[in-house]
Design a protein around this ligand. Structure first.
Ligand SMILES: Nc1ncnc2c1ncn2[C@@H]1O[C@H](COP(=O)(O)OP(=O)(O)OP(=O)(O)O)[C@@H](O)[C@H]1O
Length: 342
């Protein structure tokens, strides 16, 4: 690993990095920072949690410090939460510059920016090595996905004093129901999905980051880029349909060289999806050992609780299909870009 000064970064930036515990450059930083400093267009591709943000934030700050004038940099992100997270990195690293930033989310038109002759760097492996991330699966019968989940969380709670879990699920409705259900079981759970008001999304994320709530139940709105170093476990409540989504989701743990576990709940109908994932990540998922009889003990209680939560949700105005249709209509009418809907 190279030290930052050897990559051409100024002393003040190296000092800022070391205050954040960043002393040696990761491969994506080592390869991209000099190219960006040379003024070349650059595309960097590396595994999750490997410091891609600092790979562009650092050279941007250096260039800005050399000529601190005007609107210098526009960063586009796939989700609103990520926009705030990246702005925070700019603020922390760029503090000595008195950097001013502006976050724009939702409700604006986007324009395409043309790039020519980019420098392209891709790491050999885009996915985690087994050393850092222990990737597991649990084969579950169809309609008892939820009992396994409750049992798993119970197990983590019993075995660890300090724990934090992200559970990914496929729809906003499922996300909402799972949160209600886990709360019935007195778990400290909170949700994050795109049917929530933005203010609530930020508030919930902040509560999870500060460990007030130890379980975040989220849709794929949280699967890209979120950097919460304390997350030890990612549970896929549904098997992701695409390997790329799997890679992004499980990449929310084992960040920056830390260890982590991912557990994917798999039904007999998802085996082909797991095969596709294993092929892409070139790793065989290992089975997560669980005592089935312990799961069966809570089966009825979990099913009844879930049904009660579904009934409770039906009595509210939570209508995911209606929301989706409304958004599609807005995109069709050109009132908003699909990118800004995430
Ligand atoms: N050189 C470094 N040494 C140690 N930690 C680092 C280094 N660079 C960045 N980090 C830390 O690593 C963590 C992950 O960085 P970052 O969020 O940029 O990863 P990423 O590659 O963008 O991940 P993802 O693909 O999931 O978005 C952050 O907490 C960041 O502060």
């Amino acid at each position: 690993m190279a030290v930052f000064t050897s990559l051409g970064l100024s002393e003040w930036l190296v000092r800022q990095c070391s205050q954040m515990g960043i002393n040696k450059a990761t491969p994506v930083q080592e390869n991209c920072i000099p190219a960006i400093l040379e003024g070349r267009d650059c595309m960097g591709c590396a595994k999750t949690g490997s410091g891609k943000t600092a790979a562009f934030v650092l050279p941007v700050l250096q260039k800005l410090s050399e000529d601190p004038y005007g609107i210098f940099c526009l960063v586009l992100t796939p989700t609103r939460e990520l926009a705030y997270q990246i702005a925070e990195q700019f603020r922390v690293l760029g503090k000595p510059l008195g950097l001013r930033d502006c976050i724009i989310v939702g409700g604006m038109e986007l324009q395409t920016i043309a790039m020519n002759k980019p420098f392209f760097w891709e790491s050999k492996s885009e996915v985690r090595t087994v050393d850092e991330l222990d990737q597991r699966y649990i084969l579950t019968p169809e309609k008892v996905k939820d009992s396994y989940l409750v049992h798993l969380i119970q197990k983590f709670e019993d075995e660890n004093s300090d724990w934090s879990i992200i559970i990914f699920t496929n729809t906003c409705k499922n996300c909402q129901i799972l949160t209600m259900m886990l709360r019935e079981f007195k778990f400290p759970a909170i949700s994050l999905h795109s049917m929530m008001k933005q203010k609530q999304r930020f508030a919930n994320l902040a509560k999870f980051k500060s460990n007030v709530f130890k379980i975040l139940i989220a849709t794929d709105v949280a699967s890209r880029g979120l950097d919460i170093p304390t997350v030890q476990v990612v549970i896929n409540h549904n098997t992701p349909g695409l390997p790329k989504i799997y890679i992004h989701r499980v990449g929310r743990t084992a960040r920056a060289g830390r260890n982590g576990v991912s557990i994917t709940l798999v039904t007999q109908y998802d085996i082909h999806l797991i095969n596709g994932i294993e092929e892409q990540i070139q790793t065989k998922l290992k089975e997560f050992p669980l005592e089935e009889k312990d799961v069966l003990k809570i089966l009825t209680q979990v099913n009844v609780t879930r049904r009660q939560c579904e009934i409770k949700l039906e009595s509210t105005d939570f209508d995911e299909k209606k929301q989706i249709n409304k958004r599609k209509q807005m995109i069709l009418e050109g009132k908003v870009s699909s990118l800004l809907m995430l």
